[in-house]
Write a protein that binds this ligand. Structure first.
Ligand code: GLP
Length: 243
């Protein structure tokens, strides 16, 4: 399948385009299930969503969300947990019902059971009508690192040094970055009806080039998206410069 591509001038324009995509989905289907991502890339998208909500453009009262991933071992109130991130950046500022927002529980006593529970939830309330994704510099999506099976469902991963280093900017020291996380698998992500992949900045340019020009290969997790019928890449010019 061909990945549709929207190239925007800069990060701000890319974020506005992504927010517009999400808002249109909610307008079309107020009870839509949104698959959401964390990381630096969607931050301004979430700001635009909050702005749009405050301007009365959309209501999230009937919407549900399912996040991609969570670190293992951080409390929900830990400032670097993805639970905290989502509340602080989005959920606390819109009219979504907190009980309709879902993330994996990285503190579950039995992590394997938690993975099964979360995959069950994706099937039960999902799959997402629209999944938002970022991409790691090594092509990871969610926390699916290179080599992850395209058949994978929600599972625990040991983070690579490159991912821990990339995420160290959010933590007091590099050592504080957790070593494990729970993530939707590649197969879980591909269950979504529609996917938007966001990328900004020159650091992401090699990954975007490989995604668009390279082979479908488990060594490059994002390439699995080419097996999905409805993926739109929303990218800024600096992340698109290698193509
Ligand atoms: C993180 C997240 C991913 C995210 C990616 C890119 O490790 N688990 O969901 O898409 O890395 O992050 P960023 O947007 O900060 O570049």
């Amino acid at each position: 399948m061909t990945v549709k591509v929207i190239v925007k001038e800069d990060y701000h324009e890319m974020s506005c385009a992504a927010a517009h995509f999400i808002e249109s989905k909610i307008v079309e289907k107020p009870g839509a299930v949104l698959g959401l991502a964390t990381g630096g890339t969607p931050l301004a998208t979430y700001e635009e969503l909050v702005k749009g909500y405050k301007e009365g453009k959309v209501s999230y009262r009937q919407a549900c969300t399912l996040n991609l991933d969570e670190y293992v071992g951080l409390e929900e109130d830990h400032p670097q947990s993805y639970h905290y991130f989502m509340r602080e950046k989005l959920f606390d500022h819109i009219d979504i019902d907190a009980s309709n927002t879902h993330l994996p529980n990285g503190n579950a006593e039995n992590i394997d059971h938690e993975c099964q529970r979360y995959e069950g939830l994706i099937d039960e309330i999902g799959p997402p009508d629209l999944q938002v994704l970022g991409i790691g510099i090594n092509g990871h999506i969610g926390f699916n690192e290179p080599g992850t099976s395209f058949d994978s469902t929600t599972h625990v991963v040991t983070l690579t040094e490159s991912t821990r280093k990339a995420n160290a900017r959010f933590f007091p020291t590099a050592e504080d970055v957790p070593k494990h996380s729970i993530t939707m698998g590649i197969r879980s992500i591909l269950k979504s009806k529609q996917i938007i992949l966001l990328a900004s900045g020159e650091d992401k340019a090699p990954a975007i080039q490989r995604l668009l020009e390279g082979e479908i290969d488990e060594e490059f997790p994002a390439s699995a998206l080419k097996n999905h019928p409805d993926v739109t890449l929303i990218v800024d010019e600096s992340a698109y410069q290698g193509v």
